[in-house]
Design a binder for this molecule. Structure first.
Ligand code: SF4
Ligand code: SF4
Length: 379
């Protein structure tokens, strides 16, 4: 074995007190109770499995410095099934899992309007033998939750199930609990919309709340629609790969074109969503970037206010007509400049004379001014 090098005599003396490398989290363990029993397709859970920043695996395996130990209970992802899984729901409702983060996936049906049966439920009441409705689980769990997160547009604002004409009276969680609702830690409902939710948006929000539970992050900032401000503060259009085409008034009129998609139904200019900047999986994708129109799936007015999906948005007719005439002139001028800047300057040649315009100053005899010539004299 080679011997270790002795410390350099010039190295500064560093005192190393026996302190841990990082601050211990304020809580040792956090449970996540993820209810997938709203009206939904489980697509938000499936989408979240694609997260990389961070991945679910890194969070639950303890690979992220500073986090408490995380126990994830999700009917689609957990090994436990049936009563083995449901015991965590009962423990949380009885205040025996403290703290826990409640994740709601799927829209909330209105159980008060039906004549019989139920719209959505999970588990069976041991005393009555009846299903426990999703609304009842929310009533039991939300008052005990350290924080509540809505995964996807169904849970946040109602989504597809809450369209005009639906029979269930479906709504988002904030419509059900109230927009000013606060958790036991004083945290508002945190909405992460998307149909489905963008994987890293979901896991980054969960990570933020876990850091907040650990005492390592301030109150999560959310906007008036309860979305994390750093994720939903910009529009699709502001991050779109095709925005250069829009600005030049160069529009696609059929799918498969690399140009701006506004004429074939893209709502990107008025939609709060970051997937054109963030991509979908591991930085790749993001609807318009890869050829799909933005149908505004993150928005509280989705879907009714954006249908029919493949028509040009009404507001886009005026803006695209205005940008169209400006864009034609700009495109012509840019094509001209592009042509000239695609040619090298004429002094780059192998001939035996120097034509760069380099003319050093010559020193004049005493009493005479030095001769100066512009370096551009021979261009
Ligand atoms: S494709 Fe949509 S988001 Fe992209 S530049 Fe065009 S209108 Fe904007
Ligand atoms: S770009 Fe539009 S359709 Fe795509 S995820 Fe964002 S809001 Fe939804």
């Amino acid at each position: 074995m080679p011997e270790a090098n002795p410390p350099s005599p010039h190295a500064p003396e560093v005192s190393r007190p026996h302190e841990p490398a990082q601050k211990a989290p304020a809580v040792k363990e956090v449970h996540i109770i993820w209810v997938t029993a709203g009206l939904s397709c489980d697509g938000d859970t499936v989408s979240t499995t694609a997260a990389t920043l961070p991945s679910i695996e890194d969070v639950v395996m303890g690979n992220i410095p500073g986090l408490p130990k995380v126990h994830l209970h999700n009917p689609v992802l957990s090994y436990e099934v049936g009563e083995e899984l449901m015991k965590y729901w009962y423990m949380a409702a009885e205040g025996k899992l403290d703290p826990f983060v409640l994740v709601i996936e799927g829209s909330i049906p209105n159980e008060k309007i039906k004549k019989e049966g139920y719209w959505a439920a999970q588990g069976t009441d041991k005393e009555t033998g009846q299903p426990i409705t999703t609304c009842e689980w929310i009533d039991r769990l939300a008052p005990k939750a350290w924080a509540v997160v809505c995964a996807g547009t169904c849970a946040t604002y109602g989504g597809i199930h809450a369209m005009q004409g639906n029979p269930t009276g479906a709504m988002g969680l904030a419509d059900y609990l109230g927009w000013n609702w606060r958790s036991t830690a004083g945290i508002p409902i945190v909405n992460v919309p998307g149909c489905p939710v963008q994987p890293d948006n979901m896991m980054e929000t969960v990570l933020y709340l876990l850091y907040q539970a650990a005492g390592l992050a301030p109150m999560i900032p959310v906007d008036d629609k309860l979305r994390p401000t750093w994720l939903f503060g910009k529009t699709v259009h502001e991050g779109c790969d095709r925005a250069g085409y829009y600005e030049q008034g160069d529009f696609a009129h059929e799918y498969g074109s690399p140009k701006c998609l506004v004429k074939i139904g893209c709502w990107g200019p008025v939609v709060n969503c970051n997937v054109t900047k963030r991509g979908w999986m591991d930085g790749v994708g993001g609807c318009p970037n890869v050829g799909g129109i933005c149908i505004a799936c993150t928005m509280p007015g989705f879907p009714d206010k954006f249908m029919p999906f493949m028509d040009e948005p009404p507001g886009a007719k005026i803006s695209s007509a205005a940008i169209g005439s400006y864009g034609r002139m700009i495109r012509f001028l840019r094509a001209f400049t592009n042509h000239t800047s695609n040619n090298e300057p004429k002094w780059r040649h192998p001939r035996p004379e120097l034509t760069t315009g380099y003319h050093p100053t010559t020193y004049a005899p005493p009493g005479k001014s030095p001769q100066r010539r512009s370096v551009f004299a021979k261009l």
